[in-house]
Each structure stands twice: as C-alpha cells, then as structure tokens.
Design a protein. Sequence first.
Length: 236
Amino acid sequence: MHKLNIGGLFMIKKETCKNKDFVVIFGKPGSGKGTISSMFCKEEKEMHNLNIISFSTGEYLRKLKQDPKMYKLYKQEFDKMDQGKRVSNKLVIAAVKKAIMDAEDGIIFDGFPRNEYQAKWLYEYLKSIGQNLNSVIILDVPDNEVLRRLSSRKTCPVCGKVYNSDYKSNYCKCGHTLIVRDDDTEFVIKNRLNDYKKYSKEVLSYFKSLSDNIKFYNINANRPKEKVLKDFIRVF
Ligand code: ADP
C-alpha cells in the first residue's frame, strides 16, 4: 500500500502491482514437470482460489505445430523440435512474454529458460515489470527411469495430458486420440537428455551468479507423484 499526502490528508492507494508467484520447474525430460505443476495449479485453485498457471513452452510449440498455417511458417523450427534440438529464442520468448502479461497470480515455467539468453531475458523482464523470480525447483530422476517413462508414454495432442503405460486406452479423457510424441523415440530422447544436462548447468549457474533472492530446491521425483507434489507444495 502507498500513502499519498494530498492537501494534508493521507489517502491510501491500493498497490497496482501485486506480487505474483514466478517459479521455474527444472528436470530431465520425463521427470514429471508437467504432471506435478498441473497438479499443483489445480490444488492452488481449489484450496486458495489462486490462478497460477503452468506454462510449458514444449506444449505451446506442439499446439502451434497442429495449426497448418503455423506449421508452414515455422517448419524449420518444428524440424529442430522433432530432432530434440532447441527452437529459436525469439519464438519461445514471444509466447512466454504473452503468458506473463496475462498472468493473474503466477506462472510455473516448464521447459523455459533453456539457455543463458532466455534466463537473462526472464530475470530482466520480470524485474522491469516489478516482479521477481521466486525460485527454481528441480525434479531429480535417474536417466534409466527417464528412458523407461518416456518410451511408454502417450500424449493428447489437443489438451496436452500425458499418460503412462498403465493407461491402456488409446483415447484421452477429453475424447481425442492419443499419440506418441514425435520426439519420444529412443534416439531423440537421448538427444533431449544430453541437451538438458548442458542447458540446466548453463541456466542454473546464471541464476546462481545473480546476487538475488532466488531460492533453489531439489526434489527426489523418483517416487509416487503424490509424494513429489507434497514436497513441491512445501517449497513453493
Ligand atoms: P522435454 O520433455 O524434453 O523437456 P519439452 O516439452 O519441454 O520437452 O520441449 C519439447 C521441445 O520443444 C524441445 O526439445 C525443444 O525443441 C522445444 N522447446 C521447448 N522449450 C524450448 C525453449 N525454451 N527453447 C528452445 N526450444 C524449446
């Protein structure tokens, strides 16, 4: 709250810029970033009526790819994606900027930032609008578990929901046919895993180099999702 002194009278002006929650979720492909962050957002809505969203740049790109016009326009970028390589900074930053501008109570960034340039952009953009990056939460899972999880998962191309091998139907609960992601093949999974090891080091060392109040947490994500969620809620 700001106090304004107008003609000797103090008036209280409501803060126009409230503090929102901006958190980065980090973890290898298949570590459960999407699952845990969407469970968390649902819980925050139900328990505290907070509209925190989980913004996955990968999911955003997969939806964009479904649009024939966009596919033609960004074909080169989608080809990179199918090989497990990163797309251009420009494309993802534009989408993240819009998500931040629309954010009501906060965002969990999933898949972003993926290099120092994106990390620096995120940090500086949040500062420029009077917001902060609160924390980076890392989901730890060993490589063999990642390979096991990803080689058996199916995804809904429309709503983005992910199903593991326990789910036997070929249809999403929203009614659409499930697919195997174009980049969920063994060769591409290994590329994505190697890429994660590179970019997570780069991004974490950038954030750690800032003399700021960003907090870092590691969670053992090689456990049932309810237990991982409990720890996520505790540190968020
Ligand atoms: P993963 O399961 O590997 O974490 P994501 O769903 O986060 O996959 O991303 C899928 C693909 O989308 C990446 O391999 C990359 O091609 C592209 N992508 C997603 N986020 C970014 C980003 N921040 N910068 C560049 N490319 C990205």
